[in-house]
Design a protein around this ligand. Structure first.
Ligand code: SF4
Length: 269
């Protein structure tokens, strides 16, 4: 059992493997969900938890618009980590039903709505009932992710959000993946720094797997995020450390005390 001393020894400089061990112990009686889109960072994080023998349920959202290479990677991950439970919590709204209801090529006309239907709403539903949400996002990915905390309360989804790789950059992730023979999407070696839906992901000429970029996502538009991750409000490393300490002491007991402001989630099933 973790002691108070151990809890308060966690900070920005805690080695990632120690931090992961701490999360596994600290929240072992909580409902933990690790979400992934099978990006390089997510695969690396699953490997790290697997090494500790304490992988939370891994949830992914099949948008039904994923690349064949991504489905292949999912299958390789399932074979590589037989003790890990992978669960698809993607939408039940088929592409045909979406077109009938919202018109053709919604991703071109209103990508925010398309992402809301196929990513954000399913994530909200997947996190319902969860106490702890673990993700592999990093500050170096920029945008709304630049202020992400190692541990923080996510007011949007009403869940404790843990980002063990918050301080990592892509090169470090790529080094980890190669050194530990972690499965990864072969598209990373074909000019795709990140891989999302087929309709909204393009290769970035000159990119390499060790360089993170979202330039190929929703190319030609202002959109850079699907809307899964909201700004935490902690905008700097220093405030992130403070928030970490504060979040451990002051955050509502996950799932118990926080007011529930969840919006209704459409159910297409
Ligand atoms: S990434 Fe594109 S296709 Fe996928 S859900 Fe978002 S808008 Fe739709």
């Amino acid at each position: 059992m973790a002691t108070e001393l151990e809890v308060h020894s966690i900070d920005e400089h805690t080695p990632t493997d120690e931090f992961i061990a701490w999360t596994a112990e600290r929240f072992r009686n909580r409902r933990m969900v690790l979400t992934t889109s099978f990006g390089m960072e997510g695969c690396a994080l699953i490997d790290m938890y697997a090494k500790h023998g304490a992988v939370p349920t891994v949830v992914y959202l099949d948008t039904m618009f994923l690349f064949p290479e991504t489905y292949s990677l999912r299958d390789r991950m399932v074979r590589r980590y037989p003790l890990v439970t992978f669960v698809n919590r993607g939408t039940s709204l088929t592409p045909e039903a979406q077109e009938a209801r919202f018109g053709p090529e919604l991703w071109r006309r209103d990508p925010d709505l398309c992402c809301q239907l196929r990513k954000v709403a399913p994530l909200r539903q997947a996190l319902t009932g969860a106490d702890v949400w673990i993700t592999a996002i990093t500050r170096s990915q920029g945008g709304t992710r630049s202020g992400v905390e190692l541990v923080g309360w996510d007011w949007h989804y009403q869940v404790l959000k843990i980002c063990p790789l918050a301080t990592w950059d892509r090169q470090r992730v790529w080094d980890y993946v190669r050194e530990n023979n972690v499965p990864y999407n072969e598209l990373h070696e074909q000019g795709y720094p990140t891989v999302g839906c087929t309709h909204c992901t393009a290769p970035v000429p000159g990119s390499s797997p060790g360089e993170y970029s979202r330039a190929g996502r929703w190319a030609g538009t202002e959109k850079t995020e699907c809307g899964l991750h909201w700004e935490s409000g902690a905008g700097s490393q220093e405030s992130g450390v403070s928030a970490l300490q504060g979040s451990l002491a002051d955050a509502p007991d996950p799932g118990l005390e926080a007011p529930d402001s969840r919006l209704p989630t459409p159910d297409f099933r």
